[in-house]
Design a protein around this ligand. Structure first.
Ligand SMILES: *[C@@H]1O[C@H](CO)[C@@H](O)[C@H](O)[C@H]1NC(C)=O
Ligand SMILES: *[C@@H]1O[C@H](CO)[C@@H](O)[C@H](O)[C@H]1NC(C)=O
Ligand SMILES: *[C@@H]1O[C@H](CO)[C@@H](O)[C@H](O)[C@H]1NC(C)=O
Ligand SMILES: *[C@@H]1O[C@H](CO)[C@@H](O)[C@H](O)[C@H]1NC(C)=O
Ligand SMILES: *[C@@H]1O[C@H](CO)[C@@H](O)[C@H](O)[C@H]1NC(C)=O
Ligand SMILES: *[C@@H]1O[C@H](CO)[C@@H](O)[C@H](O)[C@H]1NC(C)=O
Ligand SMILES: *[C@@H]1O[C@H](CO)[C@@H](O)[C@H](O)[C@H]1NC(C)=O
Length: 481
């Protein structure tokens, strides 16, 4: 009987987990700029987990269970319950082993060595404080600065020892997190001849440019620029932002699966595609950038200021920053649109299947040790990061003089900017800038509390103090509109 009850509750638990899982998944989808986050990691991680430790704990009913559990390897704890893993062993290079769990109580175990935080869920009022010297902190954050502005401030980045972010200089760079392989860029499946593209503009009434986005109010303020651009050149906008064209009936539901063949086919029919990120930060590059390159369409880019380092060659995309105004950009696109030689110059790598091999793109892809889309052989970047931390923990145990210190540049994004009506960048204005400044106030208050060794503040304390600090700066007219 007792067994049956337990069995039943286990099933309930599992169902609940699955529900949470899908909810989380769905939420990430919505938050993620209306783009599908690859089913990249969750399934795989979920599979390797076991809950036997939790069962042991429930049986023992011992409050000190986690603190006294006799483990022989370093313990890593996901402070943000990101993986839904109650405990498993991981095996990394050089036979290094660690035990990893999201049960916070393992902090009290003598084998405890490092925390891992998932950036989007990192909260200043919910941290393992006070910070002890021997506790290593690790940050995994592949997401846009939009998701959490705290990492745009130096004092927060200085708290970490290990990082995995989209920045090329982080300990495990995730810049190419949306690109499966170089072969994807050379793929010819969706490539359409330039003359045929011109023909399609007439027969299917297509604009020169395609835009598909459903996250419309973003820190990059992209829609304001695009709205202006639309005055000078036709753009087919299929997403909910600046929507002016409906997807074919059979594709209505496939915005969720942007890698769907039919969507790729659609993008491939256009000569140009807008690849504007939701926020602007060096090395923040998403599928918006790769998708056009994959299908033989020329991306018009607004994103990382150094995106050229990740192009197949030095003339395969157009940067809006090379043009003084959206009108100038439109003028240039018109020119390419009617001159096949000029247009195909941008597709040189694609049509000839040549990728410059001394590019950062190639170097990064050839040294990358993880895959995407549930790569069964190489695994995903979350598992890899757990190993980066595990291996480093082993090193510092062997040699206590080894130190690891994260820097501002390991994430550190600039404040958000907007555009004026002529597509000129404006600083220190707009709602996202307010969010940024408000976060800065929180970080300052947080720092002061830590300096006073006050660790017992609540979310509300932080909120109230930050708001007080925020209003005067607001009144100082820091925000122009
Ligand atoms: C912990 O486990 C190790 C190896 O299994 C064993 O040698 C040791 O005696 C154990 N220590 C305690 C306190 O149980
Ligand atoms: C593995 O161990 C060898 C010998 O100690 C060392 O030279 C090498 O750097 C280690 N590799 C990693 C990935 O830690
Ligand atoms: C692109 O690279 C080639 C050499 O690979 C060079 O000759 C050319 O000037 C470069 N073009 C631009 C626009 O940088
Ligand atoms: C296309 O542009 C090239 C390079 O500027 C030029 O030589 C050629 O005459 C143009 N073709 C047409 C049809 O305008
Ligand atoms: C780059 O490509 C050239 C020509 O295809 C080749 O000779 C060279 O070995 C390649 N370099 C690397 C590092 O792959
Ligand atoms: C981790 O970072 C903290 C904060 O900068 C530092 O005090 C500590 O020494 C670092 N630990 C290691 C092992 O590098
Ligand atoms: C810590 O800070 C909070 C918020 O400012 C305050 O309410 C609390 O009294 C402080 N605690 C101590 C021990 O100073």
């Amino acid at each position: 009987m007792k067994f049956q009850i337990r069995c039943f509750s286990t099933i309930l638990c599992v169902l609940l987990l699955i529900l949470i899982f899908f909810f989380f998944f769905r939420w990430r989808y919505i938050d993620d700029d209306g783009d599908p986050i690859g089913a990249v990691y969750f399934t795989e991680i979920h599979e390797r987990r076991t809950s036997s430790f939790l069962n042991d704990y429930m049986e023992s009913k011992d409050n000190n269970y986690f603190a006294t559990q006799n483990l022989t390897v370093p313990i890593l704890v996901w402070w943000t319950p990101f993986t839904y893993d109650t405990g498993s062993y991981i095996q990394c290079r050089n036979q290094t082993q660690c035990f990893i769990s999201n049960i916070r109580k393992y902090r009290d175990n003598k084998q405890f060595s490092a925390f891992l935080f998932y950036g989007t869920d990192f909260r200043l009022y919910d941290l393992p404080l006070p910070r002890y010297e021997h506790e290593q902190w690790s940050l995994l954050h592949e997401e846009s600065p939009k998701n959490n502005y705290v990492f745009s401030f130096e004092s927060i980045m200085n708290m970490f020892n290990h990082t995995a972010t989209f920045k090329r200089h982080s300990d495990e760079p995730l810049t190419t997190q949306w690109l499966a392989s170089i072969d994807d860029l050379l793929d010819q499946t969706y490539v359409i001849d330039v003359q045929e593209k011109t023909q399609l503009q007439k027969t299917e009434n297509l604009a020169p440019i395609i835009y598909i986005q459903s996250d419309c109010n973003t820190p990059s303020d992209r829609d304001l620029y695009i709205k202006e651009l639309m005055k000078y050149i036709q753009i087919d906008s299929y997403g909910s932002c600046l929507h002016n064209k409906d997807l074919p009936e059979n594709l209505r539901n496939s915005l969720e699966t942007m890698e769907h063949n039919e969507i790729l086919k659609l993008v491939g029919k256009y000569k140009f595609a807008l690849a504007f990120e939701n926020a602007i930060c060096t090395d923040y590059i998403t599928e918006k950038f790769w998708r056009p390159l994959k299908v033989g369409t020329v991306p018009i880019v607004y994103g990382s200021d150094q995106f050229q380092n990740f192009l197949p060659d030095n003339h395969s995309a157009i940067s809006i920053l090379d043009f003084a105004t959206p009108a100038d950009l439109a003028h240039y696109i018109h020119k390419l649109n009617i001159n096949d030689t000029l247009y195909d110059f941008y597709r040189h790598f694609k049509l000839n299947r040549i990728i410059s091999n001394d590019t950062l793109l190639v170097r990064t892809m050839s040294t990358r040790t993880w895959g995407i889309h549930n790569d069964r052989i190489r695994g995903n970047f979350i598992n890899k990061f757990e190993c980066v931390v595990c291996e480093r923990v082993h090193k510092t145990r062997k040699d206590s003089t080894i130190k690891y210190q994260a820097k501002f540049e390991d994430y550190g994004c600039p404040p958000p900017t907007t555009f004026d009506r002529h597509g000129k960048k404006l600083e220190r204005t707009g709602n996202w800038y307010r969010t940024y400044v408000y976060t800065r106030c929180q970080v300052e208050v947080f720092q002061e509390l830590i300096d006073q060794k006050n660790y017992s503040f609540t979310e509300k304390d932080l909120y109230n103090a930050a708001s007080k600090r925020f209003s005067p700066s607001f009144q100082r007219n820091e925000f122009l509109r």
